[in-house]
Design a protein around this ligand. Structure first.
Ligand SMILES: CC[C@H]1O[C@@H](n2cnc3c(N)ncnc32)[C@H](O)[C@@H]1O
Length: 483
């Protein structure tokens, strides 16, 4: 397999496809032409891409939960509950961990056991096992645009079945669903396999069916600096656009300092537009998604609501097109539908109260926007150079060299040399820049910010700061101050 950022021919795609559809019996029900006709019957109000474009035009920030359970009827009830009681604008289907590891046999057993137990024994919806017909019953029984959310390195069969079943949006990417989710899956393979998923979306687009694609922005969700998540997001956006994807949502996980979070969304919008146009994809429609805090949560539900509300406020003030909502059960595990709905209602309240309050783009925010763009450009341009003008092969080499590096990633393909820590105002900076290809002024900026905090705290900048920051929010703070 030679990895390059080049649109797959139909012959190449269909050559691979035959094998994929055999990975589980339900693959046999996938018929592309029939699926296109089915998509044409889906009412416009259920089209994810259309709803995002309308929100972008109207300056809305839409709410979307995560949710998924083992059995079809329960999953339908759950999503309708979140739509009515949670007022969710957009709906997910979170896929279970066995499916994410292509362990469909285990799913089959867990479905059986869940029926016997009368409760979900999976942490998500096993869409491959439910098949095209099960997915169609879901799509027809739920009132709202539906998106597949997961963390699957090899998602090719999952993509075929869920898209044929009528989903109109699909999350993930060859980097963002490998590095934070897998230990030893080759990056070359997952970037290649995700070209398949994007090419399938591109072929639906060639038949007039517009499906939204959303690379997974937050990555490990633990103190990921904006430049790191933006670099991966923009690369995955470019890789998707090359395969014919036209409607792309790029994402970012909240860091917690308001100026930095608002600046991060502005920088992402501006830089993504710039790079997509520069590389010839000016016909792509771009939207943004802000993920409420993805790190450790307080157990106390009142404090958890504060973290959720802070994420809602930042998303609204940043004017992100959509916000992914957390629940007061985050520290405990899979939320009840009631807790999930409460997180959504709290978020909606904040968004509605902030909708008429434009956030002042102060000098401090502008400096943050420029800094994030400068850092991200250093990384993107080095990736492009390492790939001799190719972002696909360039990304593989960039991870080998530490030019791309995701903090606290389980993958052996991420050097894990960089170390993030918060500055005195809680913005995420780099305590150790590792091998990131930053200019000296950027390196000096980060060092000065960290040193200022060390001075304030009367301690040397050290790895202890990183540890303190990882636990800070679950312990009720933002900056991990020494005891
Ligand atoms: C990316 C991790 C996030 O996804 C959430 N999550 C994972 N599976 C489910 C699920 N099945 N229902 C609701 N939330 C879920 C989890 O709580 C965490 O906030």
């Amino acid at each position: 397999m030679e990895l390059k950022n080049k649109k797959w021919t139909h012959d190449h795609f269909y050559g691979v496809r035959e094998e994929i559809l055999k990975h589980w019996p339900t693959g046999a029900d996938v018929n592309f032409e029939e699926a296109v006709k089915y998509h044409e019957t889906i009412p416009a109000k259920k089209h994810f891409a259309k709803r995002l474009v309308k929100a972008k035009k109207n300056g809305e920030t839409l709410t979307q939960p995560r949710a998924g359970v083992a059995l079809l009827d329960e999953h339908i009830n759950l999503l309708n509950f979140l739509r009515t009681e949670g007022e969710a604008d957009l709906l997910p289907t979170t896929i279970d961990s066995y499916t994410r590891q292509n362990q469909y046999e285990n799913c089959a057993n867990a479905i059986e056991e869940s029926m016997k137990a009368g409760r979900s024994l999976l942490n998500g919806f096993p869409a491959v096992n439910h098949g095209v017909h099960g997915v169609r019953k879901l799509v027809e029984s739920v009132d709202g645009p539906l998106q597949v959310r997961h963390g699957t390195p090899d998602a090719r069969l999952l993509t075929e079945i869920t898209l044929a079943g009528g989903f109109t949006s699909y999350e993930g990417g060859g980097i963002s669903y490998n590095i934070p989710y897998a230990k030893s899956v080759s990056l070359e393979k997952t970037i290649y396999d995700w070209q398949y998923n994007d090419r399938l979306v591109g072929i639906y687009a060639e038949h007039g069916i517009e499906i939204n694609r959303e690379p997974f922005g937050p990555l490990t969700g633990t103190l990921v600096p904006p430049c790191i998540s933006h670099a991966v997001a923009i690369i995955e956006g470019i890789l998707a656009a090359e395969q014919g994807v036209k409607n792309i949502t790029l994402g970012y996980g909240q860091c917690g300092n308001l100026f930095q979070d608002v600046a991060a969304i502005k920088a992402l919008e501006q830089l993504a537009e710039e790079y997509l146009v520069k590389h010839g994809y000016s016909d792509c429609i771009l939207t943004t998604v802000f993920h409420q805090w993805m790190g450790g949560f307080p157990q106390d539900e009142a404090k958890a609501f504060a973290v959720i509300s802070w994420g809602a406020a930042a998303a609204a003030l940043a004017k992100a097109t959509k916000v992914i909502v957390k629940t007061p059960h985050e520290a405990l595990g899979i939320p009840t539908k009631e807790a999930n709905a409460m997180g959504l209602r709290a978020t909606k309240q904040l968004i509605n109260m902030l909708a008429d309050q434009p956030f002042p783009m102060t000098a401090e925010v502008d400096i943050e926007v420029e800094m994030i763009k400068a850092e991200t450009r250093c990384i993107l341009d080095k990736v492009f150079e390492l790939g001799n003008g190719d972002f696909a092969s360039g990304s593989v080499r960039a991870f080998e060299a530490g030019v791309l590096d995701v903090p606290f990633a389980p993958s052996q393909y991420s050097l894990n040399k960089i170390l993030p820590a918060r500055d005195n105002n809680g913005a995420v900076r780099l305590f150790d820049v590792g091998n990131l290809p930053f200019t000296q002024d950027i390196i000096d900026f980060h060092k000065a910010k960290i040193d200022a905090r060390a001075k304030e705290e009367g301690r040397k900048a050290s790895f202890q700061m990183v540890i303190d920051d990882i636990y800070a929010i679950s312990k009720g703070r933002l900056v991990g101050r020494p005891n």
